[in-house]
Design a binder for this molecule. Structure first.
Ligand code: SF4
Length: 198
């Protein structure tokens, strides 16, 4: 797939900060960026993931994939308590509801802050590559985060399009990524367990 930046600037050689949620969601996005000559730096900021053991597994799986492409990586602090405080009051919301809006905004704000501090003009997220998530909620979170920090813009790329959804599934099998059974937080874990019991 040929990439295009929203302002028409050259893709090849452009440095972009890529918020990555996990290896499966990141794989086809990173592959596509590298094929277009783009230089992504991966930002792993996912304090929503619970328990910590699951967080470590997902992170290590992503790092395994990044090593293959020699892609630079920054690991944000895991502060699950802070994340819990941000979604407080929305614990019983369904997936794609208000809790997820807060969760996306939390992660996009951190990404935009890092982008601003480290002179990245563009940031984007692999969250939008998952068909389980609400694309509009993610775009809204990215725009709101970009509005807080000057000099950075959210790249509103739908990473499911242009054959990337299919490529994601191929890479999932090829690389034998760890099989994630729920979105990430304890609330999504509870609903996955309840569904299994039905
Ligand atoms: S279900 Fe997923 S997106 Fe929604 S709050 Fe939990 S971890 Fe975040």
């Amino acid at each position: 797939m040929l990439l295009a930046l929203p302002d028409g600037s050259q893709v090849s050689g452009t440095e972009v900060l890529l918020h990555a949620c996990c290896a499966p969601c990141s794989s086809s996005v990173i592959e596509c960026m590298l094929q277009n000559g783009m230089r992504p730096t991966v930002f792993f900021c996912n304090p929503n993931i619970y328990p910590f053991k699951e967080y470590e597994i997902r992170k290590e799986e992503l790092k395994r994939f990044l090593r293959e492409g020699n892609v630079p990586y920054f690991d944000e602090e895991y502060n699950h308590e802070e994340w819990l405080a941000k979604v407080h009051g929305y614990e019983s919301e369904p997936e794609r509801g208000k809790r997820c809006e807060k969760c996306f905004l939390f992660r996009m704000l951190r990404t935009a802050e890092y982008a601003a501090k480290h002179n990245f003009r563009w940031f984007t997220t692999t969250l939008s590559s998952s068909r389980w998530k609400d694309y509009n909620q993610i775009v809204e979170a990215g725009r709101s985060a970009a509005a807080v920090y000057s000099g950075v813009s959210f790249w509103e790329q739908n990473w499911r399009k242009g054959g990337l959804q299919q490529r994601r599934a191929e890479l999932l099998r090829e690389k034998q990524f760890y099989n994630q059974l729920y979105c990430g937080c304890e609330y999504s874990l509870d609903s996955a367990i309840k569904k299994q019991k039905r």
